[in-house]
Design a binder for this molecule. Structure first.
Ligand code: HEM
Length: 130
């Protein structure tokens, strides 16, 4: 709840993130199986190929070979408390992490890159509110 309220304070940034359609992947609402509570993880918890894959499939065998290039979408909640980003911890700023979004995220990252400086600041302020 507190997270929702703090996110509200950065409504323009949230609007931009929504407009970029990033929330299809960094999902802002997921129904919790326990007690039907709403949480806001900003992740779909699914595997995606954004070009940062580590070459390790989730399970051995041909059926899972394709997952070698995929990584599970990181939840963005409490992002402001972390200073080592992405699964390998090799990105030290939000901008660096966003720059590493390629593959399935290329179109959305390109749209992010095309935002004005003021709009990017709003997205960053929104991320800092999580
Ligand atoms: C402007 C839109 C987006 C922003 C601002 C954004 C932001 C971020 C940030 C800051 C991280 C690092 C989180 C952490 O390490 O704790 C991250 C990770 C990730 N995002 Fe996004 N993202 C965006 C769009 C997308 C899209 C469209 C997809 C899916 C197609 C996606 C999939 C992922 C995945 C899979 C990771 C984990 C990557 C890894 O650990 O190597 N993101 N995102």
């Amino acid at each position: 709840m507190q997270q929702k309220d703090s996110a509200k304070g950065h409504a323009p940034g949230l609007g931009l993130v929504r407009k970029l359609r990033s929330l299809r992947f960094h999902r802002d609402r997921i129904t919790d199986a326990i007690g039907n509570r709403i949480i806001h993880p900003y992740s779909d918890f699914l595997m995606h190929d954004i070009g940062s894959g580590d070459g390790i499939p989730v399970l051995p065998g041909a059926d899972f070979a394709a997952t070698a290039t995929q990584i599970r979408t990181a939840p963005l909640w409490a992002l402001r408390t972390r200073n080592r980003l992405m699964h390998d911890g090799l990105s030290f700023t939000k901008q660096e992490a966003i720059s590493r979004h390629a593959g399935q995220a290329t179109a959305i990252r390109t749209a992010f890159d095309a935002l004005s400086v003021a709009q990017k600041d709003q997205v960053m302020a929104f991320l800092d509110s999580l």
